[in-house]
Design a protein around this ligand. Structure first.
Ligand code: ATR
Length: 283
């Protein structure tokens, strides 16, 4: 039950587009599994309707909503409070309604790291991590990775200035440096973990490669935030070279798991959530 007003939990996700979101199927399965009365709906909200929607969230007593493209940044100024994670990442993917006060959080980064640790690399402390990309998705995961005390994080980006800016901004969090993508070979020589945060290789551009796989030594863990397809061309090549690989489905499941836990106070049934998403992908 909603800890605030004892009514069935009202939850949802806002985005534009939203029709293909797997969040409703995942959270509906989680609510059912935990016998929590409530519903989770997909809400197609265009940018000019965002402010009105946030008023509705407050007034109609939504316990919480997820926020996706294109609202993750613009929603921030409409909320009452931001968690440290959301403030520093500069994006909100989860809103928690605490009795009319809307609190913005970001569970993308911590969701990714929990998935990486559970599925591929139990320990991140002292690891040398290479991150491909320096956009919005990279910000969330780098912020969360920095909290794990890695040896260093190297950012490789097509536009080097963007990676340099990010490395400077977060120099207080970890040893972070930027290199232009032409220097990938140098960055990869000593990498333990390589993470693709770019959209290169995502459906429908299945042939895209964010990195020349010939640069891999076979001993790295290679991770891709993309979950459609479940195995990108990068992951396939890495696996064929002997690398341990980690796909993006776990990040999606765990960002949802953290959101579910904020809203309900109940431990998220991650296995059920993962199976619900997989079933809806017809795999
Ligand atoms: P997101 O929120 O998904 O991260 P974004 O903020 O637009 O989206 O960032 C996209 C990232 O993917 C960037 O690092 C981008 O590189 P640039 O900063 O050089 O634009 C990277 N990216 C996108 N398409 C790419 C491509 N075809 N080749 C290399 N990098 C690409």
């Amino acid at each position: 039950m909603n800890p605030i007003n004892k009514h069935p939990l009202k939850l949802g996700v806002i985005g534009d587009p939203i029709a293909h979101s797997k969040s409703p199927v995942m959270h509906t399965a989680a609510l059912r599994e935990c016998s929590i009365p409530g519903s989770y709906s997909a809400l197609h909200i265009q940018p000019d309707r965002l402010e009105a929607m946030i008023r509705t969230v407050r007034e109609e007593e939504y316990r919480g909503i997820n926020v996706t493209i294109p609202h993750k940044e613009s929603v921030m100024e409409l909320l009452d409070e931001l968690g440290e994670d959301a403030r520093r990442i500069g994006a909100v993917n989860t809103i928690v309604n605490e009795g009319g006060r809307l609190i913005g959080r970001n569970t993308d980064g911590i969701g990714y790291v929990r998935s990486l640790k559970e599925e591929a690399a139990a320990e991140l402390e002292g690891r040398r991590i290479v991150v491909l990309g320096a956009g919005g998705a990279a910000r969330g995961i780098i912020y969360a990775l920095a909290a794990e005390a890695p040896d260093r994080i190297l950012l490789l980006n097509r536009t080097p200035e963007r990676a340099e800016k990010l490395a400077r901004e977060w120099s207080d969090l970890a040893d972070i440096a930027a290199l232009p993508s032409e220097r990938a070979a140098e960055a990869l020589k000593t990498a333990d973990i390589v993470i693709n945060t770019t959209s290169v290789g995502m459906h429908p551009h299945l042939e895209g490669l964010p990195l020349d796989p010939a640069l891999l030594r076979g001993s790295e863990i290679v991770s891709d935030l993309i979950y459609n397809p479940l195995e990108t061309r990068l992951l396939r090549s890495a696996r064929q070279q002997g690398c341990r690989t980690h796909g993006g489905l776990g990040m999606f499941v765990y960002q949802g798991a953290y959101a579910f836990e904020y809203w309900t106070g109940v431990q998220a049934p991650v296995g059920v959530m993962r199976r619900a998403v997989l079933a809806s992908m017809n795999v």
